[in-house]
Design a protein. Structure first.
Length: 139
């Protein structure tokens, strides 16, 4: 049996404890804080989404919160709703889902979550999203 290796935690060659190693390696100042999600309508839950679909939606939303611009096929611009508006495109076992969102400087504003049943976005969804944005901006 080998003897344990002694680590000297004194002096200039001190080894930091492992429980806070990520704080030393990746200081918080290197990455800006995540943008909050502002839910104006809809939820992402299982059911109706499968657990895998919900997880995938969460990963995409986290990427948006961290400032990443998502390309097609994950996201598509929705200028018919407004500036900086997009839709997340989710394929799930039970069908195709959309999450309509807008990227603001201080938040990701979620306007709607719905199951896509036709090739085009229903007019009622477009109108409802525009109205939610007007109400949100009026607050």
């Amino acid at each position: 049996m080998k003897a344990p290796i002694a680590i000297d935690n004194r002096g200039p060659n001190r080894v930091p404890p492992l429980d806070n190693m990520s704080d030393v390696t990746y200081p918080l100042v290197m990455r800006p804080p995540d943008k909050p999600l502002v839910w104006l309508h809809g939820v992402v839950k299982s059911p109706p989404l499968s657990p895998e679909g919900r997880l995938h939606a969460g990963v995409l939303l986290r990427r948006l919160q961290r400032g990443e611009t998502l390309p097609m096929p994950e996201s598509r611009a929705m200028p018919a709703i407004g500036a900086r508006c997009h839709e997340l495109r989710l394929r799930d076992t039970g069908g195709t889902w959309r999450i309509i969102y807008r990227i603001d400087l201080d938040a990701i504003v979620l306007l709607d979550v719905f199951q896509k049943e036709t090739p085009t976005t229903p007019q009622r969804v477009l109108d409802a999203c525009r109205q939610r944005l007007r109400d949100y901006e009026a607050e």
